[in-house]
Design a protein around this ligand. Structure first.
Ligand SMILES: *Cc1c(COP(=O)(O)O)cnc(C)c1O
Length: 426
C-alpha cells in the first residue's frame, strides 16, 4: 500500500485544521487516508487504494456511495436553484413521506443535522412540559450541543458534569445521565425528580458506543413510565430511522414515542435531518407557538431532493430491501463471530439489521460500562489490519459498522478473508 499522498495531505491539513480534520473521529494514527472518490460499497483514496467501506460516512449511506437515483435527482435540481428561502412543493412531499412512515410523527420540521434535530426536540419537550430536566443514557450520543455533551459517573445516577470544556455546568446540571438497559436507575431518577423531567431521550438501539441492543421489554417499560409521568419520550433515530425498518426502530420494536429525531440516512449523503412528533407538541413551535426554531438552510431544495429520492427508493423496495440488509448483516455478524471463535479470541459481536460491531471482551455488552470492558488497543490493531487488506471500518471501538444495499456477496467474502487474517494476527 502506498501512503505518500495521504501523508503529505495530512501534514498540510494538521497545520490548518485542528487534528487535520473536520470531525474528530476522522483522525487516527498514524494518519487517516484522504479519499479521492467513492462509488457503491467502495472508497478510493488519494494513493489509488480501494476499500470496501463499512463506515459509510458514519451511517448516512444506506444505499451506498453516489447512488445514481439520488445523483440524477440532485443534478436536475441544481439547475433550478439551490436555495430559495421560501416554501417548496418538494418539502411538503418530503414531510408527507416522513409523517406517513414514522409512526410517532404527526408534524415535522426539517433541519440540517442530527445535532440541530435533538437540540430542537429537547427544547420543544421543555417548552411543552414547562420542565427543565432531561434524562439521557450513558454511551448514547445526541450530537455536539451543550445539553447532551455529558458523561456520567460509572453506573450510578449522576447529575451531568460536562464532557467538554466550554460547556457551562449551569447548562448540564439539568441533564441526568443514567446507565442504558437499567430500568431501576430510571425509576429511581424519576422518583427523585418528580414533575421536573421534561424528556427522556434515547437511541433505541445504541449506535454510538459500538452497537448495544435494548434488553427485551426495556424500551416498552421506558414508554410506559414516561407516559405515566407526563414525560416526553424522544427516540433519537438519527441512526436507526429508515434503517431498522422504513418506520425506524419504533416500527421494528412496535413502540410509539412522543417525538423522534431523524438525520443521516434520510438525505442519502446530503445534509438533512428532522424532528417531529405529536401534533400537540409540534404546534407549539414558532410561528404557531412560542418555542423558537429557525434555519437558513433548513429544507433547502438540494437536500430535500436528495431526501425524496432516497426515501422513494426505500419505499419502492421496502419488501426486499430490509430483508436483504438484515440477511447481509446476519451473514457478516455470524462470520465475524465464527472467525473470532476459531482464533480463540474472546469477543462479542453485537448488531441488528445493517448494524454490527465486535468487542474484544468476554463480557456481554449491554451498556457503556460493559462496552468499555473491550480491549480498545486490540480493536485498533484489528481496524488497521483490515484497512491494510482493503476493508475500512470506523477507527473507533465506539462507532458502528454498517452494510449498505451496494455491498455484494463478493464484498462479504473478501471482508471475511480480511477479518480472518486480521483477527488471527492479533
Ligand atoms: C450522528 C448522530 C447525531 C448527530 O448528528 P449530526 O448530523 O452529526 O449532527 C445525533 N444522534 C445520533 C444518534 C447520531 O448518531
Amino acid at each position: 500500500m502506498s501512503e505518500s499522498n495521504s501523508k503529505i495531505l495530512y501534514e498540510k491539513a494538521k497545520k490548518l485544521m485542528p487534528g487535520g480534520v473536520t470531525s474528530p473521529v476522522r483522525a487516527f494514527k498514524p494518519y487517516p487516508f484522504f479519499t479521492s472518490h467513492a462509488k457503491g460499497s467502495k472508497l478510493y483514496d488519494a494513493d489509488g487504494n480501494v476499500y470496501i467501506d463499512y463506515c459509510l460516512a458514519y451511517g448516512p449511506l444506506l444505499l451506498g456511495h453516489a447512488n445514481s437515483k439520488i445523483i440524477e435527482a440532485v443534478k436536475e435540481q441544481l439547475e433550478k436553484g439551490t436555495l430559495y428561502g421560501t416554501p417548496t412543493d418538494a418539502e411538503v412531499r418530503l414531510a408527507e413521506l416522513v409523517t406517513s412512515r414514522i409512526p410517532c410523527i404527526e408534524m415535522v420540521r426539517l433541519v440540517n443535522t442530527g445535532t440541530e434535530a435533538t437540540m430542537h426536540a429537547i427544547r420543544a419537550a421543555r417548552g411543552y412540559t414547562g420542565r427543565n430536566k432531561i434524562v439521557k443514557f450513558e454511551g448514547c450520543y445526541h450530537g455536539a450541543h451543550d445539553y447532551v455533551l455529558v458523561k456520567a459517573g460509572s453506573g450510578a445516577t449522576t447529575f451531568g458534569a460536562p464532557t467538554s470544556l466550554g460547556v457551562p455546568e449551569d447548562t448540564t446540571k439539568n441533564t441526568i445521565v443514567l446507565p442504558f438497559n437499567n430500568i431501576e436507575a430510571l425509576e429511581k431518577a424519576i422518583d427523585q425528580n418528580r414533575d421536573e423531567i421534561a424528556a427522556v431521550i434515547v437511541e433505541p438501539v445504541v449506535g454510538n458506543a459500538g452497537v448495544i441492543l435494548p434488553k427485551d421489554g426495556y424500551l416498552q417499560t421506558i414508554r410506559k413510565i414516561t407516559e405515566e409521568e407526563g414525560i416526553v419520550l424522544i427516540f433519537d433515530e438519527v441512526i436507526t430511522g429508515f434503517r431498522l425498518a422504513l418506520g425506524g426502530a419504533q416500527e421494528y420494536f412496535d413502540i410509539v414515542p412522543d417525538m423522534t429525531t431523524l438525520g443521516k440516512i434520510m438525505g442519502g449523503g446530503f445534509p438533512i435531518a428532522a424532528f417531529g412528533g405529536r401534533q400537540e407538541i409540534m404546534e407549539l413551535i414558532s410561528p404557531l407557538g412560542k418555542i423558537y426554531q429557525a434555519s437558513t438552510f433548513g429544507g433547502n431544495p438540494i437536500s430535500v431532493t436528495a431526501g425524496l429520492a432516497t426515501l422513494n427508493v426505500l419505499v419502492k423496495n421496502q419488501n426486499i430491501l430490509y430483508k436483504h440488509l438484515e440477511q447481509m448483516g446476519n451473514k457478516i455478524r455470524k462470520g465475524l463471530l465464527d472467525i473470532a471463535k476459531d482464533a480463540k479470541i474472546p469477543a462479542e459481536v453485537n448488531g441488528v439489521a445493517s448494524m454490527f460491531q465486535i468487542f474484544f471482551t468476554d463480557q456481554q455488552v449491554i451498556d457503556y460500562v460493559t462496552a468499555k470492558s473491550s480491549d480498545t488497543a486490540k480493536f485498533m490493531r484489528y481496524q488497521r489490519a483490515l484497512m491494510k487488506k482493503g476493508v475500512f471500518i470506523p477507527p473507533s471501538q465506539f462507532e458502528t459498522c454498517f452494510v449498505s444495499t451496494a455491498h455484494t456477496d463478493d464484498d462479504v467474502t473478501k471482508t471475511w478473508e480480511a477479518m480472518d487474517a486480521a483477527i488471527k494476527a492479533l
